[in-house]
Design a protein around this ligand. Structure first.
Ligand code: PSV
Ligand code: MN
Length: 424
């Protein structure tokens, strides 16, 4: 399905009057509204190929229909999102689910939709048909050298595919760990993992980065070999300058202070990027900003402050990706909401009165510091985010237009009701 320019124009002209009124109001309230809008236009969020279908739990799955059946249709879906919000300009592929048979055609399709390739993801948490070794007891950590070799070779193959496509990053998330005390020698598991990562690191092109993603638990329930940011940072430091930590918001133990983690990783020049999502209990993979929007804002507050302190480019110096699963919502609607949630947190963080905050911190004026942050968080920045979309040629209200144009119904018509997307 293609969304035509005239459909966007009609939708926008219907909403323009009310949008302008709201924009004028906020532009009068915030000092740097125009600069914020420009930054929002540049900011792009990578969409994970594995989140375009309906997710599920081990109890059941309730597909929406019209799910993308192959990599071409996944690109088409992200193209639709990007057309609607001009902020979903990248695709993050997961191999082997998304291995492309015809690389030039896939590159052309991605370019045609105005997208680029974000980080490539390897998969050593599932056994693939025809592979000789099993990851049941881990991959890069495995006590069996043959298993480690297979997992290393898979990651090197993912880099090879990424180079062909024009990606510049590899994200490694390991399910490795143990389910019971005594199962694993922690030190040996760490050393095996490090040696395996070093072999993968050797295969990285000079202009590539590797992101080491951590996760506190699941699928292993006693120990995880890259279980927290400390362990990830240890690996990244030992590997070298092309290795970074990746923060998935859902991968912490309850109540972790993620904004502090982010601040320190950034200070150490070891923050690689994000998997955005939200959660109530664990790795719930819910819509970004749907549960703890204040936390998301506080994370962006640290990011903006830390990136500015180092003169970094907000849009391109870190990897911004979503990692989500949609059990009850239409995946595309959910992704539109996630991008909106992320953009709002970023816009709020950009609107923080930095000078006043520094002064409040320097004089330990706790109440004032809190006021400054909460003032930014409680400001309705949605008109700024909408204006960025408008200026970039997208829709003032993406979700509304998605429904008006009956996108899901159209996808079901062309792809069928009972399609299944590869992914989680
Ligand atoms: C693991 O829970 C994870 O967050 C990792 O990022 C994986 O790559 C992703 O889910 C999908 O497999
Ligand atoms: Mn993740």
């Amino acid at each position: 399905m293609i969304i035509e320019k005239h459909q966007l124009d009609e939708h926008n002209s219907d909403l323009l009057g009310s949008h302008k009124r709201k924009l004028d109001f906020i532009a009068g309230e915030i000092a740097n509204a125009d600069a914020i809008i420009e930054k929002l236009i540049d900011f792009q969020i990578g969409i994970p190929s594995w989140a375009l279908g309906t997710g599920g739990t081990r109890f059941g799955r309730f597909p929406a229909g019209g799910e993308p059946r192959n990599i071409e249709e996944k690109i088409e879906d992200i193209g639709l999102l990007h057309k609607l919000n001009a902020a979903s300009g990248a695709i993050s592929l997961h191999i082997p689910w998304d291995t492309a048979d015809n690389v030039p055609a896939i590159k052309a399709l991605v370019a045609q939709h105005g997208l680029r390739f974000d980080a490539m993801n390897s998969n050593t948490f599932q056994d693939q048909a025809g592979s000789s070794e099993s990851y049941k007891f881990g991959s890069l950590q495995n006590v069996d050298k043959g298993v480690r070799k297979q997992a290393i070779e898979h990651n090197i193959e993912v880099i090879r595919q990424g180079v062909e496509l024009g990606s510049k990053e590899l994200t490694i998330w390991l399910a490795d760990g143990s389910c019971f005390p005594g199962q694993l020698n922690f030190r040996k598991a760490f050393q095996n993992t490090l040696e395996s990562l070093q072999e993968i690191y050797q295969a990285l092109p000079a202009d590539w980065k590797v992101f080491v993603e951590y996760k506190a638990f699941e699928p292993n329930f006693y120990s995880t070999t890259v279980g927290d940011w400390g362990q990830s940072l240890l690996y990244a430091n030992k590997l070298g300058p092309k290795a970074y930590t990746l923060v998935d918001l859902g991968h912490h133990l309850p109540n972790a202070n993620i904004e502090q983690i982010v601040s320190l990783l950034l200070m150490e020049e070891k923050l690689g990027g994000f998997h955005f999502n939200d959660s109530k209990y664990g790795d719930d993979d819910l819509t970004a900003g749907s549960m703890k929007p204040y936390q998301l804002f506080l994370i962006f507050n640290e990011l903006v402050e830390g990136m500015d302190a180092r003169g970094m480019n907000h849009a391109s110096d870190l990897g911004w990706m979503i990692d989500a699963s949609h059990n009850v919502k239409d995946p595309l609607e959910d992704l539109l909401q996630s991008v909106e949630g992320i953009m709002m947190a970023y816009a709020q963080a950009l609107s923080v009165d930095r000078k006043a905050l520094q002064e409040a911190q320097a004089s330990s004026d706790v109440a004032r510091a809190q006021e400054i942050l909460q003032n930014a968080f409680r400001t309705d920045v949605r008109p700024l985010v909408a204006e960025a979309r408008l200026r970039a040629g997208a829709a003032l209200a993406p979700l509304e237009l998605f429904r008006q144009l009956k996108v899901r119904e159209n996808l079901i018509k062309t792809r069928g009701l009972k399609t299944v997307a590869t992914g989680l």
